[in-house]
Design a protein around this ligand. Structure first.
Ligand SMILES: Cc1ncc(C[n+]2csc(CCOP(=O)(O)OP(=O)(O)O)c2C)c(N)n1
Ligand SMILES: [Mg+2]
Length: 554
């Protein structure tokens, strides 16, 4: 048969990938090898690119996710079906947070490719498609560079997210076509029409802005901070676990979480603008509506699919939320709210909910979180904060008092086993120290990430909130048993056979097993002094503090 590519330049996929990486200036690539990736990793030695090693693909993905949040994009390479399957939970996290992530996977030879004939072979594209902006298997004869560029554009669009390409082995090692094509430049995002929202905010007496991580990602936080201060509009963070802080936690008008510091405003606001948020999704959606007193609720999201995904608004707009905020600021500047509307706003913005949690297990748990997290108040001024503290997350964001909220990272995907990898990626990309706050359960999920942190000797301080297991699930179980009342048999929660007061290994032993210096604290210790010491020592490499939250039933 004639050579299909006699008329054009040809190159192996492995070399095309490395050329692509070098041309785009990637300094690090995250990977876990398998036979069909060896060719790329081999070629990478001829470029100025460091292969960051990981011992589980869940970490490969989380580390690349963290890296991309700082560097603008990242590349992760995984092995066929097993690698992709292991990566999936963190691909899901990255898709929730719209992280510009390029996932490159190996695949069986085109010539023998069946559905799942060879070991480790499988149809990978349908597995990842729901969580990617683009997913494609490249088979013999496909122009590799062209698809890499297309995937990068899809990953870093407005909105962005993971893009996935799998490469059959022949594509990697045999010459394929190199096509000469145009590389387009992206035009700025369209300017939205903010007239209706500006008009509502001009007359509102109790306005409220709810911000999502998307606002931070597109660079709109500062303008919302200015707008909030100038027009006395309180700002709350989106519900549930969040990927980034839409405004600085120490900003004069920041309420904290919508249902914690912002609880009163959620009930009483007359005009609500949700900027770069979903319409409020939680693990267990509450049955009553949100913003019951509001006569106008608007939602702005860069992703058309996230508008009214869960609940209905009065006005929606698919727009880059930062572009929206800038237009809104200009519109209000040109025609500000009347004095009458502004009259009570300062007082409204300064209100905070009263009332404490009733005594009981939940109150004990949150007291424990508060005690352990208070010493971290200035963590954002010192470097990044990577948060997988689960139930403690709203306590952490309330404790943080920095006027700069740009260095916080969490995941709204809530798929645990993310933070250790993410901390490694963020430390590498930023060169800054990282305080990584995790539940004891979460650090068990992400244990393999400790290996990368240790191997790369990264300046990461791990803060483990140790309540001997899964307090969140214990909480659900207690509520369930209580809801059954006298019918419940047995009357006590089982803790799903995971009462980690009794089962090992101890978290400290586990972390120390990875070669990370670890200190277990008690209520008698000065927690702030311990944190300061750990931060100082992290200049030489990672360390860990196990914080005593207590077991809420005791
Ligand atoms: C991959 C994955 N599996 C299961 C869950 C369900 N889940 C939610 S919270 C949680 C326990 C977290 O424990 P820990 O990190 O110690 O935090 P705590 O609840 O004790 O505050 C579990 C298992 C999840 N979110 N992700
Ligand atoms: Mg726990």
């Amino acid at each position: 048969m004639a050579d299909l590519f006699t008329d054009c330049e040809t190159e192996t996929g492995a070399r095309e990938i490395v050329r692509f990486l070098a041309d785009h200036g990637y300094r690090h690539v995250f990977g876990l090898p398998g036979s069909q990736l060896v060719s790329v990793f081999h070629e990478m030695q001829n470029a100025d690119i460091v292969l960051v090693p990981t011992i589980h693909e869940s970490v490969t993905m989380a580390a690349a996710d963290g890296y991309a949040r700082v560097a603008g994009s990242a590349v992760a390479m995984v092995y066929m079906l097993p690698g992709t399957a292991n990566a999936l939970a963190n691909i899901y996290n990255a898709s929730r947070d719209e992280t510009p992530l390029l996932v490159l996977a190996s695949q069986q030879l085109s010539t023998v490719r069946s559905e799942r004939g060879a070991f480790c072979e499988g149809d990978l594209v349908p597995l990842v498609r729901p969580f990617t902006r683009l997913a494609k298997e490249l088979t013999k004869g496909t122009p590799v560079r062209s698809w890499l560029e297309k995937a990068l554009r899809a990953a870093s669009g407005t909105p962005g997210g993971p893009a996935y390409l799998s490469f059959t082995e022949d594509v990697m090692v045999e010459p394929g076509p190199v096509v000469d094509e145009r590389l387009s430049q992206r035009a700025p995002d369209p300017i939205p029409d903010v007239t209706e929202v500006a008009e509502r905010l001009r007359t509102a007496r109790k306005p409220l802005i709810v911000v999502g991580g998307q606002l931070r990602r597109y660079g709109g936080s500062e303008v919302v901070e200015s707008l909030a201060a100038r027009y006395d509009i309180p700002v709350a963070f989106e519900l549930g676990l969040i990927d980034a802080l839409g405004i600085a936690p120490g900003h004069s008008h920041c309420l904290g979480g919508l249902l914690t510091g912002g609880a009163l405003h959620e009930r009483e606001a007359d005009v609500v603008l949700m900027l770069g948020t979903r319409f409020l999704t939680e693990a267990s959606p509450r049955k009553t509506p949100y913003f019951e007193a509001a006569e106008f609720v608007a939602q702005v999201n860069a992703d058309q699919d996230k508008l009214e995904d869960t609940r209905k608004a009065d006005w929606v707009c698919a727009s880059n939320p930062a572009a929206f905020a800038r237009e809104l600021f200009d519109a209000l500047d040109a025609d500000p709210p009347a004095a009458e509307a502004m009259a009570g706003r300062a007082e409204w913005a300064a209100k905070r909910p009263e009332g404490k949690m009733p005594p009981g297990a939940l109150a004990t748990l949150f007291e424990g979180f508060g005690r352990c997290l208070a010493p971290l108040h200035d963590a954002l001024d010192r470097g990044w904060v990577v948060d997988e503290s689960v139930m403690a997350s709203t306590v952490l964001t309330a404790v943080l008092n920095s006027k700069d909220g740009s260095r916080y990272a969490g995941t709204s995907g809530a798929s645990l086993g993310w933070a250790t990898g993410a901390a490694a990626g963020i430390a590498l990309a930023s060169g800054d120290p990282v305080t990584c706050v995790l539940g004891d359960g979460s650090v068990r999920f992400g244990a393999q990430g400790l290996w990368t942190i240790r191997t790369m000797n990264l300046p990461v301080t791990l803060i483990i909130l140790d309540n001997k297991g899964y307090a969140s699930t214990r909480n659900y179980e207690r509520a369930y048993v209580e809801s059954l009342g006298a019918e419940a048999s047995p009357q006590r929660p089982s803790y799903s056979n995971m009462d980690m007061r009794e089962t090992g290994p101890d978290v400290a032993d586990m972390i120390a097993g990875f070669g990370i210096p670890t200190r277990t604290l008690s209520d008698q210790d000065d927690l702030r002094a311990a944190v300061e010491q750990a931060w100082a020592e992290s200049a030489n490499g990672p360390n860990a503090l196990i914080m005593p939250v207590g077991f809420e039933d005791e």
